[in-house]
Write a protein that binds this ligand. Structure first.
Ligand SMILES: [Fe+2]
Length: 278
């Protein structure tokens, strides 16, 4: 049975370029997966719930504070170790960076629902969290498959038996401007949906970068993109730098991050990234 599934996985990741996954990361910086797993309508629904959620929290600052306090308590719980990060919850940076994001995880959702049952009574909050739960569900398998194909299944081993997923929904406002590309502090990042695919530019990892190294991958409308983050360098898999360029319009995107359970990331200096002004 395992052999059968491994063959299926092998096909999923090699069908486009005929290369093993590690080599595709090295050459292009990403791998395109044609099975999107969710219909476009699922993301439209998610963004509508996100707008409702943002509107409620901006109009009701006491609830925003309560959500922030819940996050502060959550990152002191043992589940935090499973994700090895402190990024959870609502980040309203509409003033400073013209963007608002929410970092969802299933354990954070469970923590809120059980410790703060009053959140369940607020439809603008509970409906958004439910939408995140539904939309992010199928992507754990993609990370399991990627790790298996690289021979790194052990990176996700934990008492929970599945990869820790941080699911990020982000809204960019027309005044958003891009400055510098970045590396994600993840094992893998999966670009699931965007209302403007062209604004994502990336490059495979290099010893040094110029602006011309960055490009927008040509892709099928219904595909998703998998890139490596900074947490796999011990296996000689280097992170793919990327940037979301300004589009002058309101834009939404959804990304799933695979983290590493109980992992302290070593201090590594990656190649410096160029400044964008185009
Ligand atoms: Fe990123």
């Amino acid at each position: 049975m395992w052999v059968f599934w491994l063959n299926v996985l092998f096909l999923v990741f090699t069908s486009l370029h005929g290369l093993p996954l590690a080599e595709q990361f090295q050459k292009a910086g990403y791998v395109e997966i044609s099975d999107r797993k969710q219909e476009a309508a699922a993301f439209d629904f998610l963004y509508a719930r996100f707008d409702e959620f943002i509107e409620f929290l901006q109009a009701n600052r006491a609830w925003a504070r309560k959500l922030y306090n819940a996050k502060e308590r959550f990152i002191r719980s043992k589940e935090q170790n499973y994700y090895s990060t402190d990024f959870f919850g609502f980040y309203d940076e509409s003033d400073r960076r013209s963007q608002i994001s929410f970092y969802y995880s299933i354990h954070f959702h469970e923590f809120i629902s059980s410790r703060y049952p009053e959140f369940n009574q607020v439809p603008a909050i509970s409906r958004f969290l439910e939408a995140c739960l539904e939309v992010h569900r199928p992507y754990g398998n993609v990370f399991d498959e990627a790790a298996a194909e690289l021979g790194l299944r052990e990176i996700f081993s934990s008492e929970y038996g599945r990869p820790p997923i941080l699911f990020k929904v982000i809204k960019y406002f027309p005044s958003y401007t891009a400055t510098r590309p970045h590396y994600d502090g993840t094992a893998f990042s999966l670009f699931l949906d965007s209302t403007d695919d062209q604004s994502l530019h990336l490059s495979s990892y290099k010893a040094s970068f110029t602006l011309d190294d960055f490009y927008s991958p040509e892709r099928d409308k219904c595909s998703i993109l998998l890139i490596p983050g900074t947490l796999l360098t011990e296996f000689s898999i280097y992170p793919t730098p990327h940037i979301v360029l300004q589009s002058g319009e309101t834009r939404y995107a959804t990304i799933a991050f695979a983290m590493r359970p109980n992992f302290t990331s070593p201090k590594i200096e990656f190649s410096p990234l160029p400044h964008f002004s185009r």
